[in-house]
Design a protein around this ligand. Structure first.
Ligand code: FMN
Length: 332
C-alpha cells in the first residue's frame, strides 16, 4: 500500500468512495481519522454549501481528505474555486471525461487530480491529459455504474498503466482478501463505498442501514434502460418500489421527448435529478420503500453497524491473515 499511502498522505491506501448525501463531514472525517482517505461528495451542492462542508470537515479532522466533483455540474468552475480557497489537497472528478479547463484549474492551485477511468483507452487519454491518479470502478459498485466488471477492468488496465501512476480499484470490494488481490495485481490502493454505509459515524437513516444489513448481493440490481434513445447511465440499487418508479420516470421523460417538449440534454438532467431526489428520500428521510437505496453487490457482506476504525481494521486484518497463511503454507 506504500505507494497509495504516499499519494494520499494516509496510513492506509483505502479511499472512502464519495456517496451523495452520505459522504459528508461526519463520515469523511471519521474515515480520515481512522487512517483512510475520506472524500466529500459534492453531488448537486451549490458552492456555498460545499464551502461549509469543507470547513466543517476540517474542524473534525486534521488528516488529508478529498472532494468529489461531478463534471456536468453547471457550477463546476465555482466549485473548483471553493476547493482552491480551502487548499483541498485532492480532487476526484466523476461523471465523464473532465474538461481541459477544469484539469488546468485544479492542477493550477496545486491539488492532486484523481479521475475515474471506465476503459483502457480512456485511461490512457486521462494519463496524457495529466491526471495524477485513476480510480477504476467496475459494475459491481453501488450508484452510477459502467458496463464492465471490476476484475476485467483491473486485468485490462493495471498491467498497462500501474507503473505510470497510482491506480485505485473500486467496486465489489467487501473483504481484505479482495483488496489484497488487487494490490498484488499492481493497484496502489482501493476505494470502497458500500462497506462504509453502515459505519456508526455515517448519518444515513437507520432504515437505510437496516436495508443494507438485510440485503443479499443479488438484491443490488442495475436499473434497466426502457428507451434506447435515452442514454440513461445505469444505477445499482436495492430493488424496491423506487426501482419501478424509475421505469415510470423514463417513460414519462421519453414521452416529453417524443412530443418535442424537451431536448435530450434536459431529458438527461431530469433523470439525474430523479436519482438525486430519490437517494435523498431514502438516505435522509428513511423512505426505503419509494426512495433509492443505492448499494453495490458487496452489500451482502455488510452485517452490522460498526465504527469506521473497526471496518478498516477488519479489512487490514483479513489481508494480513491471508499473507501469513500463504507464508506458512510455503514454509511447510
Ligand atoms: C449510495 C451511493 C452513492 C454514491 N454516490 C456517488 C457520487 O455521488 N459520486 C461518485 O463519484 N460515486 C458515487 N458512488 C460510488 C462510490 O464512490 C464508490 O466508488 C463505490 O461505492 C465503490 O463500489 P462499492 O460500492 O462496491 O464499494 C456512490 C455509491 C453509493 C453506494
Amino acid at each position: 500500500m506504500a505507494r497509495g499511502c504516499e499519494f494520499l498522505g494516509t496510513d492506509y491506501a483505502i479511499m472512502g468512495g464519495a456517496m451523495s448525501w452520505i459522504s459528508e463531514r461526519n463520515l469523511v472525517s471519521a474515515i480520515s481519522n481512522a487512517g483512510g482517505f475520506g472524500v466529500i461528495a459534492c453531488g448537486a451542492m451549490e458552492p456555498h454549501m460545499l464551502d461549509t462542508e469543507i470547513a466543517e470537515t476540517k474542524k473534525r479532522t486534521d488528516k488529508p481528505f478529498g472532494v468529489n466533483l461531478i463534471t456536468m455540474h453547471p457550477m463546476l468552475d465555482e466549485l473548483i474555486d471553493v476547493c482552491a480557497r480551502h487548499e483541498v489537497s485532492h480532487i476526484v472528478l466523476a461523471g465523464g471525461l473532465p474538461p481541459g479547463k477544469a484539469i488546468e484549474k485544479i492542477k493550477g492551485f496545486g491539488a492532486k487530480l484523481v479521475c475515474f477511468a471506465p476503459a483502457l483507452a480512456l485511461a490512457k487519454k486521462l494519463v496524457r491529459s495529466g491526471v495524477d491518479a485513476l480510480v477504476i470502478e467496475g459494475m459491481e459498485a453501488g450508484g452510477h455504474i459502467g458496463p464492465v466488471s471490476t476484475s476485467v477492468l483491473a486485468q485490462e488496465i493495471l498491467p498497462e498503466l500501474a507503473q505510470e501512476l497510482p491506480i485505485f480499484v473500486a467496486g465489489g470490494i467487501g473483504r481484505g482478501t479482495a483488496m489484497l488481490g488487487y494490490l498484488e495485481s499492481g493497484a496502489a490502493g482501493v476505494q470502497l463505498g458500500t462497506r462504509f454505509v453502515c459505519a456508526t459515524e455515517c448519518i444515513a437513516h437507520a432504515n437505510f442501514k437496516k436495508a443494507f444489513i438485510r440485503a443479499p448481493a443479488r438484491d443490488a440490481i442495475a436499473s434497466t434502460q426502457i428507451d434506447p434513445r435515452l442514454p440513461v447511465i445505469p444505477v445499482r440499487a436495492l430493488k424496491n418500489k423506487g426501482t419501478e418508479e424509475f421505469n415510470r420516470k423514463q417513460i414519462e421523460v421519453a414521452k416529453l421527448l417524443d412530443a418535442g417538449e424537451i431536448e435530450m440534454g434536459e431529458a438527461q438532467l431530469q433523470i439525474e435529478h430523479f436519482w438525486a431526489g430519490a437517494l435523498k428520500r431514502a438516505v435522509i428521510d428513511g423512505d426505503v420503500e419509494n426512495g433509492s437505496i443505492m448499494a453495490g453487490q458487496s452489500v451482502g457482506m455488510v452485517k452490522a453497524e460498526e465504527p469506521v476504525a473497526d471496518i478498516i481494521a477488519t479489512l487490514m486484518q483479513e489481508a494480513a491473515t491471508a499473507i501469513e497463511e500463504r507464508r506458512a503454507a510455503t514454509a511447510a
